[in-house]
Write a protein that binds this ligand. Structure first.
Ligand SMILES: Nc1ncnc2c1ncn2[C@@H]1O[C@H](COP(=O)(O)OP(=O)(O)OP(=O)(O)O)[C@@H](O)[C@H]1O
Ligand SMILES: [Mg+2]
Length: 320
């Protein structure tokens, strides 16, 4: 099972909607592709992980959730995407692909009789899809490929049979997500109603911002909350990067340095590796820094890997 979210809200109905798009549409049940699209930070990857969990059992282990396709293809190239897929689905790490076009024929050859579930998370170029899933006949009957993307144009690719535009959270869901992050409960003392309402306005119902803004209010008294909200009030146009930056600005100097190191260099690294590297630069206090970055929802630990959201990484890179 993939990790989905710390405080999932409103996911069931979205998973049901995507599942209905994945359903068999005709008798021969050839493979088909579904796209999940909308701007960043709204929850595409989260929904895709939940959909993957709810379907993977039907695919006899021939499943692969390929994260961060955009970033991986820039860093490691398309050949690496192809190798990862073959490894994840078939456990095959011995076949040498040589080059991308060879890789394409090998994927087709090895998977065209397997019923696979493949998720390509955060695709931004059609070449990425073509390299690993060029056409329905690359995979066996009943296969499903899901892509998540910020790019509306990708949903018109002929492979994509159906697409799902993620709806934003409704008021109640947004309030729940914010409350869980700020107070670790959704039953919040009424004296905080005003504070919650203001915070909701600044986070504009974007789940990522709700997490980060909420976490910034965690364990703060009423007066401190108001001071923090005043900082959000000063952000012009409520630009997401600047809203996220308020959390960065509230960190201690050492925590800031650790955050910038992670944002620029160590996203996706193993926690123990990051600790070893940072220990040399910052001493053992970096452990406390890592704790406070987790508390602020600026980084997460997922399966022993240090992860941070693209938009948070971008915010960090903008600062450097
Ligand atoms: N329904 C939800 N319930 C709780 N948390 C959520 C929900 N949807 C998203 N989140 C949280 O919001 C953050 C952003 O979500 P996610 O990474 O899925 O967005 P995204 O649309 O994939 O963004 P990007 O386009 O940048 O990849 C994550 O930290 C996630 O945990
Ligand atoms: Mg994503």
């Amino acid at each position: 099972m993939l990790y989905v979210a710390d405080y999932p809200v409103g996911l069931e109905s979205k998973v049901l909607q995507v599942n209905s798009l994945l359903k068999n549409q005709c008798d021969d049940d050839v493979a088909h592709m579904v796209s999940i699209h909308v701007i960043g930070g709204i929850g595409k990857s989260t929904i895709a992980r939940a959909v993957y969990n709810s379907n993977s059992e039907q695919f006899d282990g021939f499943c692969c959730f390929l994260e961060n396709v955009r970033e991986k293809s820039v860093k490691h190239g398309l050949l690496h995407l192809q190798e990862t897929i073959l490894f994840e689905i078939l456990g095959d790490n011995t076949t040498r692909l040589g080059n991308v076009s060879n890789g394409m024929s090998i994927i087709r050859q090895k998977l065209s009789h397997k019923k696979v579930l493949l998720v390509l998370d955060d695709v931004d170029k059609i070449e990425q899809v073509k390299a690993v899933a060029r056409a329905p006949n690359w995979f066996g009957y009943g296969s499903r490929v899901i892509i998540t993307t910020r790019e509306k144009s990708l949903k018109i690719h002929p492979w994509v049979k159906r697409s799902y535009e993620v709806e934003e959270l409704n008021d109640e869901e947004a309030c729940k997500l914010l409350s869980w992050n700020a107070f670790k409960t959704d039953k919040v003392d009424s004296k905080y109603t005003n504070i919650l309402n203001r915070a909701l306005r600044y986070a504009s119902k974007l789940p990522l911002a709700l997490e980060v803004v909420g976490s910034n209010l965690f364990e703060k008294g009423e007066e401190d909350c108001k001071l923090i909200l005043d900082q959000y009030a000063r952000v012009p146009d409520k630009k997401i990067n600047d809203i996220l930056r308020v959390s960065f600005d509230s960190l201690d100097g050492n925590d800031k340095d650790v955050f910038l190191d992670i944002a620029c260099c160590f996203g996706g690294y193993k926690l123990s590796d990051v600790e070893n590297i940072l220990d040399a630069h910052h001493g053992s206090s970096m452990r406390l820094s890592i704790e406070s970055l987790i508390e602020k929802s600026l980084i997460k630990i997922d399966n022993d890997l240090v992860t941070l959201h693209e938009l948070i990484k971008e915010m960090g890179r903008e600062i450097v």
